[in-house]
Design a protein around this ligand. Structure first.
Ligand code: NAI
Length: 301
């Protein structure tokens, strides 16, 4: 018996929920009793244009007996995010959950990428998530409850040809998570990152048809919804695709203290294998924990 994870009394905002993964998250949260703000400006994959995609998802939720409101604001516009949060909290009395999911693609090798396309992709993913998060942050602190999910990607964690802009933004989000998880802890705000792999319009020309079906968004939603639930962990990076769930960590090797003649360019070269040796690797929980490992090496511990 797995019990039942419910969201009655919770208000959730899902950005970019007019299609793909966001729609699936919104539907699943609503099925489990949350009131959901379906945000989407209804853009095409490269972020241009508008449609009523959010409205359609709200209609789907309502047809299934759930409660939702649509929002056509752009995550790139902080004032629109503030207004979205205000409308939700006027109607439903607060916002408890934010899933930052809106995203765009402008793939090109770095050699061919225009600075404007680099900036735009970073603006939607990274600044967009920071805008929506900033818009709910004070409320979550005030009510001593918040669950926030950022959306990274395998490219953000591990890199991918043709996605310099996207990858930079996505790792930025995974690191935004780390700091906000630390800052939010005392107010019961839990912040996590999901790195999904799913067949959506974002991946439709990358995945063969068979894989597209195997990687349906409903197989990612269980992780996203768990990560914004009451008993969610915090400060985690979770991979999810086709029913496989993983955790990703930024590790640190034991490293080596170099002194005397070894504290030189040649010394680093000569000790390279020891510096990168992964035996005894750790996962620091904050930047200051890394500094502590340096101090303890200096003290000979
Ligand atoms: P999608 O293109 O179906 O969904 C993205 C949604 O964001 C669209 O509905 C779009 O209209 C909306 N959007 C774009 N700009 C916006 C803005 N400024 N304000 C509000 N909404 C905006 O693609 P998918 O795959 O569902 O992507 C969801 C998230 O998952 C994205 O952040 C994406 O980068 C990420 N992701 C997806 C992967 C996949 O395999 N599908 C892999 C890794 C990450």
């Amino acid at each position: 018996n797995l019990g039942s994870i419910r969201f009655e009394g919770r208000v959730a905002i899902v950005t970019g929920a007019g299609g793909g993964l966001g729609r699936e998250y919104a539907l699943e949260l609503a099925r489990r009793g949350a009131k959901v703000v379906v945000n989407d400006l209804g853009a095409s994959r490269d972020g241009t244009g508008h449609s009523d995609a959010a409205l359609k998802v709200v209609e789907e939720i309502e047809a299934a007996g759930g409660e939702a409101m649509s929002n056509g604001g752009s995550v790139t516009d902080y004032d629109q995010m503030v207004e979205m949060v205000a409308r939700a909290s006027e109607k439903w009395g607060g916002v408890h959950i934010l899933i930052n999911n809106a995203g765009v693609l402008r793939d090109k090798s770095f050699a061919k990428m225009e600075p404007a396309d680099f900036k735009f992709v970073v603006d939607v993913h990274l600044n967009g998530s920071a805008n929506a998060t900033k818009a709910v942050w004070d409320m979550m602190r005030g009510q001593n409850y918040g669950r926030i999910l950022m959306t990274a990607s395998s490219t953000g964690l591990y890199g991918n040809f043709g996605q310099a802009n996207y990858g930079a933004a996505k790792l930025g989000l995974a690191r935004l998570t780390k700091t906000l998880a630390i800052e939010g802890a005392k107010n019961n705000i839990k912040v996590n990152t999901i790195a999904p792999t799913a067949g959506t319009r974002m991946t439709q020309d990358i995945f063969p048809e068979e894989a597209f079906k195997a990687f349906s968004p409903d197989k990612v939603a269980p992780a996203a919804v768990f990560l914004v639930s009451e008993d969610a962990p915090t400060n985690m990076i979770v991979g999810a695709g086709a029913g496989v769930f993983q955790a990703a960590y930024v590790t640190l090797t034991q490293g080596k203290l170099l002194t005397g003649d070894d504290l030189s360019v040649e010394g680093v070269a000569a000790n390279w294998d020891a510096i990168i040796d992964r035996a005894g690797e750790i996962v620091p929980q904050s930047g200051s924990e890394q500094s502590m490992t340096i101090l303890s090496k200096l003290q000979g511990r």
